[in-house]
Design a protein around this ligand. Structure first.
Ligand code: HEM
Length: 528
């Protein structure tokens, strides 16, 4: 009978050798190099460069991440960059090609999300399905959301989009005084009220204002902790257990404040909805339609519905388009000529006019191209080893699409003269010329995680821009001495980016017709 030792040699050793052979000879890991990138120090990798730098995170001004990643691409002469910190792999995609190849064509591999130790683990955002891992639970959320917000269902939102635009125009008229217009609040309320109406059936002005303020507070956690690696805890999950009073544990104190608003955002409007359902006063919306379909004791499905009732980044697009229009009065004038010809001066533009307003469509496209609300989209994560252009991308890599730059590349000098100029003309079809790729392909993310709210968001933004241009000229604000105030073209940093504070005036185009045009949507039948 063979002894244990000889058994060991005859069975275990060959298996072990076979394993090593497989690992070293067959594994792609040893055949292909990682993509180029900063080497850093052994074990900690580029910790000192990347984490400590971005850990100033939160409020201090520094070079935006998309610019930092773009410079790395230039330095290493590659559109795919690898950054390693404490064994964590991150790959940055700096070209449309790389994004299409990996996030679109191989989306079966790249549709996961990173573990998000800061955002989900500490800031209380794990309930939001946009941050969930790629699994059946996420699929259930995605399907539930898509069924309600799919393109062919958009008409059901039109009545309350029209009502919201009417309120927006009215408040822009009323809040214009002393040489400037308070426009940010009304735009936030416009976007927020439509989303709140669609998801929870919330309609009163008081509730809308309350929840829009809540979103503004809650979103801070996403803005600062949404980009992978902004906090050290993303690389060292054990830091989660450091007590908040511990010196240097400021991240825990921030997380506590952000968790509170993220949780309020999840629970408060939901409780409100539950109360109105019990009172029999709830309006038809995403939540009621889905709750009606589930059995009373199906608690899991109720949580899914609650997790889907989302907030959105719509206002960033509106603010950045207003800023671009302010700097381009010629674009405003041309869009207004088109509106006057197609729609006339006696009513407001409506969804049915959209296909007859190609220049206005181009303005919307250019607004999405010139600045992206999510310059680095939302990080994806790989679930298998992969090889791209001779580079090895290990399973478990966080993959970040540098969307800001991807769009800039697509608008390079050869195809688009003056790519940093706001020029909607580039999206107008000309005889014998190809149109440039639509920003819709990039501004809303990629592959299986692409924004499912895109059609609804674009419709809502279109109506706002069309009606604002039909009603107002956007002009520079005027100070007390009657001088024009310049509006700087500058954007905030963080995962969600929007123009920094700027001033302007919304000046009515025609005083006489305003009373009749504003009534266009005011008598629309809306359930509220
Ligand atoms: C201009 C407005 C908007 C922009 C620019 C935008 C952009 C994005 C981006 C870049 C992503 C990440 C995609 C990826 O991971 O590759 C995303 C995800 C998502 N968006 Fe939007 N979005 C907008 C409006 C909306 C609206 C209005 C809704 C809801 C009605 C919405 C719901 C979602 C959801 C639920 C996800 C998560 C999808 C998932 O992880 O499967 N978005 N959005």
């Amino acid at each position: 009978m063979p002894s244990f030792t000889s058994l060991h040699f005859t069975l275990v050793v060959p298996i072990f050798l076979f394993y090593l052979y497989h690992r070293f000879v067959h594994s792609q890991r040893f055949k292909f190099p990682l993509p180029p990138g900063p080497k850093g120090l052994p074990i900690i990798g580029t910790l000192l460069d990347s984490v400590l730098y971005s850990n100033s995170s939160s409020t201090e001004a520094h070079e935006p991440d998309w610019k930092k990643y773009l410079d790395l691409g230039k330095k290493f002469n590659s559109d795919v960059i690898h950054i390693s910190v404490l064994g964590d792999h991150m790959v940055i995609l700096n070209s449309a090609n790389a994004v299409n190849e990996l996030l679109e064509k191989r989306s079966g591999i790249y549709s996961d999300r990173p573990a998000y130790h800061m955002l989900n683990g500490l800031c209380g955002w794990d309930w939001n399905f946009g941050h969930m891992r790629y699994c059946d639970y996420w699929r259930l959320h995605r399907k539930t959301f898509h069924q309600y917000f799919q393109p062919r269902s958009l008409a059901k939102f039109h009545p309350f989009q029209r009502k919201a635009i009417s309120e927006l125009l009215d408040s822009l008229v009323k809040s214009s005084k002393d040489g400037e217009t308070e426009f940010k609040g009304p735009l936030q309320r416009y976007a927020g009220s439509i989303i709140l109406r669609a998801t929870y059936g919330i309609t009163t002005q008081e509730d809308q204002e309350h929840y829009v303020n809540l979103v503004n507070r809650a979103i801070l956690g996403i803005v600062y902790a949404g980009n992978h690696g902004n906090f050290l805890v993303d690389y060292l999950p054990l830091l989660k257990w450091v007590p908040s009073w511990f010196p240097g544990a400021e991240f825990k104190r921030k997380a506590k404040a952000w968790t509170q608003s993220a949780t309020e955002l999840r629970d408060e409007p939901w409780e409100k909805l539950r109360t109105s359902i019990a009172a029999g006063t709830a309006l038809d919306c995403f939540a009621t339609e889905n709750l009606e379909k589930v059995k009373e004791d199906d608690k899991e499905m109720e949580v899914v519905i609650k997790n889907c009732t989302s907030f959105a980044y719509l206002v960033s697009l509106l603010l950045s388009t207003v800023l671009s229009l302010l700097h381009n009065p010629d674009v405003q004038a041309r869009a207004q000529r088109e509106l006057d010809t197609v729609v006339g001066a006696s009513r407001l533009p409506d969804f049915g006019d959209r296909e007859n307003l190609p220049y206005l469509e181009a303005v919307l496209n250019e607004g999405m191209r010139i600045h992206q609300s999510l310059p680095l989209a939302v990080p994806h994560h790989s679930i298998e080893d992969d090889v791209y252009e001779g580079y090895f991308i290990p399973k478990g890599t966080t993959v970040v699409a540098n969307s800001w730059w991807v769009l800039a590349i697509l608008h390079d000098e050869r195809a688009y003269p003056d790519p940093f100029k706001f020029n909607p003309e580039r999206f107008i079809k000309k005889e014998g010329e190809e149109l440039p790729p639509s920003p819709l392909l990039y501004a809303f993310g990629y592959g299986r995680r692409q924004c499912p709210g895109r059609p609804f968001a674009v419709d809502t933004a279109w109506l706002a821009i069309a009606c604002i241009l039909a009603t107002f000229n956007i002009k520079k604000a005027i100070d007390r001495d009657g001088k024009e105030i310049e509006a700087e073209i500058a954007y905030t940093e963080g995962m969600i980016s929007h123009p920094k504070e700027f001033k302007c005036r919304f000046v009515r185009r025609s005083g006489e017709t305003w009373e009749s045009t504003k009534s266009t949507f005011q008598h629309v039948e809306v359930e509220d």
